[in-house]
Design a protein around this ligand. Structure first.
Ligand code: TZP
Length: 209
């Protein structure tokens, strides 16, 4: 994994999309995203064959465009699609089992505090997803925002380990997030909330590139 891949890390599932997620992803790639995570989760999300079909299509779009494709939480799906990575939360499954099963993939782990960051098996995983940095309305059960100070504290404790920030990140605050120590920002609504995903992604790109 290259740290540069974390710079503009777009996350989406069908529950986030008001039009075809395939089109949104293609447009976001045109705008300059560097990584994509398939996160089919929350009210309105797809399951079963519909989830797999969408994941296959998004995986193919990423392959065609040289964009790393990460699957959120679903180890079976990540293995089936030969994903580039798997991303898991704290509460979802045993991280050591994920590492064992997804040997050739990047493994990302969400952390919401310095304690969780210090406890993470940093020698066996590839990056940390840190947040929420700001208030977000996308994830209903998100913890309280840790702010830039929380991000700085985590950065100081993990030295140069790859970190991508999440939660309420947009084109106006992405720069300060990177200046506070993140290698990049990840975002859902800063792209999915806009009709023109290429323009939305380009604004994020222009903020830090
Ligand atoms: N984890 C912490 S905050 C969040 C997730 C998945 C949601 C981020 O969504 P947005 O729209 O970029 O704030």
């Amino acid at each position: 994994m290259k740290k540069e891949d974390l710079k503009l890390y777009f996350i989406m599932g069908s529950q986030d999309a008001t039009r075809d997620p395939r089109m949104i992803l293609q447009d976001a790639i045109k705008g300059g995203i560097t990584c994509f995570q398939f996160r089919e989760k929350g009210p309105g999300c797809a399951s079963g064959a519909a989830k797999v079909k969408l994941a296959q299509d998004l995986r193919r779009i990423c392959l065609e465009n040289g964009i790393p494709f990460i699957v959120n939480d679903d180890v079976e799906l990540a293995l089936t699609l030969d994903a580039d990575g798997i991303h898991v939360g704290q509460d979802v499954m045993d991280i050591h089992e994920v590492i064992e099963r997804c040997k050739d993939m990047w493994v990302g782990l969400s952390v919401t505090s310095v304690q969780e960051a210090i406890s993470a098996p940093l020698l066996s995983i590839d990056y940390l997803g840190v947040g929420p940095i700001y208030q977000t309305s996308t994830k209903k059960d998100a913890k309280s925002p840790i702010g830039l100070d929380g991000l700085r504290e985590i950065r100081n404790n993990v030295k140069t380990f790859p970190v991508v920030a999440i939660g309420g990140i947009n084109a106006s605050n992405l720069k300060e997030v990177v200046e506070a120590g993140a290698d990049g920002g990840s975002f859902i609504s800063s792209i999915t909330a806009y009709d023109d995903a290429t323009k939305a992604a380009r604004e994020l790109y222009n903020a830090i590139m």
